[in-house]
Design a protein around this ligand. Structure first.
Ligand code: CMP
Length: 138
């Protein structure tokens, strides 16, 4: 399996000062930070990022939420990164997130669920390229 994934720390987790706590869980989970930046998505860019969900009922709210404040975007490296990172973050719905997962600790709702994680190697590449130029990756 490929060794990169992409994550965002979402607006509520950034607003509540959890950048450090979440990044600590990521590093202690065996991931290396290849690229990292704090930025804010416009509604247009959030809509583009989540385009695959545009027919879903939650799309409009999701786009508003994801553009409501700054996020922290990262490219992460580890063997089997996509699958292992999805295990580390836990279920999308925090009510179903397992003990010890990032969402169990930090997520507030199915929408404000603290972090995003790519769902495939292909999307990890696309999502990383959405935020980072070649000279921002180490
Ligand atoms: P994420 O992994 O970033 O991918 C899509 C996001 O949509 C998800 O996390 C949640 O923030 C949000 N979302 C809101 N409602 C739902 C839902 N019912 N099912 C899945 N995702 C949802």
């Amino acid at each position: 399996a490929a060794n990169k994934t992409f994550t965002m720390i979402k607006p509520d987790a950034v607003a509540e000062n959890h950048i450090g706590g979440i990044t600590k869980m990521i590093e202690e989970g065996g991931f290396r930070v290849v690229a990292m930046k704090k930025t804010q998505l416009t509604e247009e860019r959030a809509g583009k990022f989540y385009e695959v969900h545009k027919e879903r009922p939650f799309y409009g709210d999701l786009v508003k939420y994801m553009s409501s404040g700054p996020i922290v975007a990262m490219i992460l490296e580890k063997d089997n990164a996509v699958e292992d990172f999805r295990k580390l973050i836990g279920a999308t719905n925090p009510a179903q997130a397992e003990e010890g997962t990032i969402r169990k600790v930090y997520a507030k709702s199915i929408e404000a669920n603290a972090v995003h994680g790519s769902d495939s190697d292909e999307n990890a590449q696309i999502e990383g390229d959405f935020f980072f130029a070649a000279d921002e990756r180490f």
